[in-house]
Every structure is written in C-alpha cells, then in structure tokens.
Design a protein around this ligand. Structure first.
Ligand code: GSH
Length: 217
C-alpha cells in the first residue's frame, strides 16, 4: 500500500490526501513532526532531501515529492475521475488557480518561512500570524477575482466536478480558517468551500480531522 508522509496541519500533505481520496487510491499516512524538527531526521531526509512533507512512497521507485507533481503523477497513473479539464485552455486555468494557492501564497506561511521571520527579524508570534494572514488573504482574494471574472458554468472552480484547483484552494482555505480567517466578501470561494465541505473525500482530509490535531474544547 502507498505510504503518505505528512502532518496533520500541512496544507501540502492535505492536497495529496484529497487527491488520493478522489482517485479512490488506498494509502496509509505516516506523521512527520514538522513542528518539532522531524523533517530533519536523517531517515526522513533520505526520503525527501528538501525536509518537507508530503512524500508519497508507492514502493515502485524513488519516493514522490512536491504536492503538485504528485497530483499530476496521480492524474497520469489514474486518469479517472479526471482532476484536470479535457481542453488545453481549461487545464491552463485550473493549473493557474492551483499555483496561486500552492506556489504563490503557501510557501510564505510554511514553518521554515515563519521561523526565519523570528530568527532574522525578531518577529513575534502576533507579527508572524499577521504575515501569514496577509499572504493567505491575498491568495484567496486572487482566486476570488478569477472566479468572479470568468464565466465558467458549474459550482466548483472549473465546472461541475472537482479539479486540482479546488484541492489547492481548499487546502489554502484550511490554513486561513485555522487562524480565524473568514470568507466575507468572497462569495465564489464560499460556494466552492461549501461544496468541498459537503464532499466526504475533501472533508475527511481536513487538518483538524487528522490524528494528532487539537480537539475542539
Ligand atoms: N511546494 C511544496 C511545499 C512543501 C512544504 O513546504 N511543506 C511544509 C508543510 S505544508 C513543510 O513540510 N514544511 C517544513 C518546514 O517548513 O520546515 C509542496 O507543495 O509539496
């Protein structure tokens, strides 16, 4: 069975978790303590020299890394149900929305970036949270702008079925929501997020539903 190395709070691991569920591919998850330095353990570095999660090991070759590369690999290995639209312009649009979330916003809020703010600039926790909220809000507002601009039928980001764009949007939203972010003034995102939350394959991948996550109350 495939092994997904992740962490309950990781947006990037969440993306792979959702894609595996959408593709109906069984896996077991191994938690790497990225908040306590577990990503630097030599045994994990041998799997992922970048010291980040996710890593997906299917036992058939070198472990797979980088969530978007893993999503594209899954799409090629298991084409049904498709996570990309059939036409080239649609695929470009879906990949662009995904990149706004996963390549532009998310890297600015990962643990190593936050730790650097404290170490190099003396930022305290409140400043680091404000920094993270700034970049996540900016990413979400950009996606909202695209969804408002483009007349695409269907309730998801691109049509009437989930794509890689919805996966990346929901993972960025999960980080934003955990720090108290709300979707006021972003009605298109609110619609997509409601669809994600009503879909058990998305909902089960939510950070707060993973082992090790803090329990409410
Ligand atoms: N672009 C990478 C990002 C990977 C990444 O930064 N993962 C974070 C968790 S979401 C991590 O493991 N960070 C460890 C650290 O910052 O030290 C991907 O999409 O897979």
């Amino acid at each position: 069975m495939m092994k997904l190395y992740g962490h309950w709070r990781s947006q990037a691991a969440m993306r792979v978790r959702i894609a595996l569920a959408l593709k109906g591919t069984a896996h077991e998850e191994v938690s790497i303590d990225i908040l306590g330095g577990g990503q630097f353990d030599p045994a994990y570095l041998a799997l992922n020299p970048e010291a980040v999660v996710p890593t997906l090991d299917d036992g058939a070759g070198p472990p797979l890394v980088q969530s978007l590369a893993i999503l594209e690999w899954l799409e090629e290995m298991h084409p049904m149900p498709p996570l990309l639209p059939p036409e080239a312009r649609g695929r470009a649009r879906v990949r662009a929305l995904a990149l706004i979330c996963a390549a532009d916003a998310h890297p600015l809020v990962v643990p190593s970036a936050r730790a650097r703010l404290a170490a190099q600039f003396g930022a305290d926790e409140a400043a680091i949270v404000a920094w993270s909220m700034h970049w996540m809000t900016r990413g979400l507002q950009a996606v909202e702008g695209h969804l408002a601009r483009d007349a695409v039928a269907g309730g998801w980001c691109h049509g009437d079925a989930p794509t890689i764009a919805d996966i990346c949007l929901y993972s960025l939203y999960a980080g934003y929501e955990q720090r108290g972010g709300r979707l006021d003034g972003m009605p298109n995102l609110a619609r997509v997020v409601a669809l994600c939350e009503a879909d058990p394959r998305f909902a089960a991948a939510h950070p707060l539903r993973q082992p090790g996550a803090p329990r409410p109350g």
